[in-house]
Write a protein that binds this ligand. Sequence first.
Ligand code: FEO
Ligand code: CA
Ligand code: CA
Ligand code: CA
Length: 592
Amino acid sequence: PLPFAHKTPQLGFKPVPFGFADKVVVPDGYVAEVLYAWGDPVGIAGNMPAFKQDASNTAAEQALQAGMHHDGMAYFPLPLGATGSKHGLMAINHEYTDDGLLHVGGMQPWNGDKVKKAQAAVGVSVIEVEATAKGWQVVRPSKYARRITANTPIAIGGPARGNALMKTEADPQGVEILGTFQNCASGPTPWGTYLTCEENFDGVFVNESGNLTELEKRYGISNKDAGYRWAWEDFRFDLQLNPNEANRFGWVVEIDPFDPKAKPVKRTALGRFKHEGATVTIAPSGHAVVYMGDDQRFEYIYKFVSKNKYHPNNRKANMQLLEEGTLYVARFDADGSGQWLPLVHGQHGLTVDKGFADQGDVVIKARMAADILGATKMDRPEWIAVHSHKPGEVYCTLTNNSDRGKDGKPGTDAANPRNSNLFGHIIRWNENGGDATAAGFKWDIFVLAGRPDAGKAEHVGNIKGDAFGSPDGLKFDHNGVLWVQTDVSTSTVNMKEYKGMGNNQMVAVVPESGEFRRFLTGPNGCEITGLAFTPDNKTMFVNIQHPGEPDSERNDPAKPTAISSWPDGPTAGRPRAATVVVRKLDGGVIGS
Ligand code: FEO
Ligand code: CA
Ligand code: CA
Ligand code: CA
């Protein structure tokens, strides 16, 4: 039961200005404190190596510490099923690595030990956290503490289990995968598990032959390494040697944070694409519905509806809810209505002669199936948020798309109304009848981001309140406030069209009034992403990703501290991604 009345929330804080300093800025009356930074020990008994600022921690030590580039996360009250707000578990994604910072000497020279360390610095952390007299702290040691990395065994569930495209020499049955990586956004489930989402997996695979299959091309695999250089030392990532390994990534992975021995499962019924997040809601009928974005230019928005129903008192049964169900992709029509198109083998052209032998093929090639169904090509779908008090009301960030309208690319449509969409927008839909399982919906554009002082009309937008661009993280708190986090890329932040807008930021939104109010700005070179609240809404957890990220204009990759040394300060040295705790000094509800 929620402690909050279902009424329109009021924002009570004074907005913060654009941020240009190497620190986290929150409104007067609030405090932001670092809880868990890259290299901090996760808390496994007898195995808690301290972070070394010179980056000399080994791969084995890194596998016992916080990974890099914190992203989506969730808070689970302890014990399982509790609703308290002082003691819990957190599951935290570590999306990817900055190898210039991760190793002594950066990427020079490159070797197998550095690949092993990078593989240990991605994936997921599970930590135990507690509110103490000295503020929130990580509990160490903790029986729950766990790191999941690029080499942790993970089971394959759903229709792709055992599929020919999932079989490799190391796994001839197609039933178990080593690891998860590029873990971007995420979602908690009502049954106390964590869904972590594999986004830009293509970047660690290489097919140097250049003879790319249609499937490889459709998922962005290329003949060049994206910069991670794993395939140079670990031939699992060389697609000439292991052609099916890339098919084993791009999934949603379910983790039980309460059981550190439980094997995670790739839930293939939810489809394979560059998964941004997985937002779960329970429909009035009891079916679990999962909303998911595919974050690339001109890709799609999906939802999954479980075959079986959620049982509030049967966790064991709920653990299988994401095994079976129907995957849909969205079509937004110009009249303001929309349709969920089912990706079901044998229906609507998803047949053997089109290259889909069975439902396993449909989910592995979900993008190609969605192409056939005629889904709407969106401006990079990122996070999806379901209104905390209004069933069936859903919001999705479309971060930006500089390619819309370019030669050979799709032009505008009703749901993506701007060419060269540099600031992005947020789309909203209401499922028919307020039922998340509905086949149709009504939609509108909630906001076009931009800046009122922009020189060009298409960059002005229609924000009521504080300006922002490139919305990415999006989540409702328990009080009905919608929070938006920005990911303006390092090559653009505070430059070009974004000049004068400062560092990445977070704004609070009251959806009923449409007011946007800036709540937080981050340190130099960071992205703000990842958001969780305690059930009393009095503690907010925010992730600061890649502070000090190098860019060609302002920063020298050889000097990682050139623009940021957050959070440890200039005398300490290298910047570290971290989870930050935000509290109101008077102990009140966040945002009030
Ligand atoms: Fe990892 Fe789409 O952001
Ligand atoms: Ca993101
Ligand atoms: Ca993004
Ligand atoms: Ca990022």
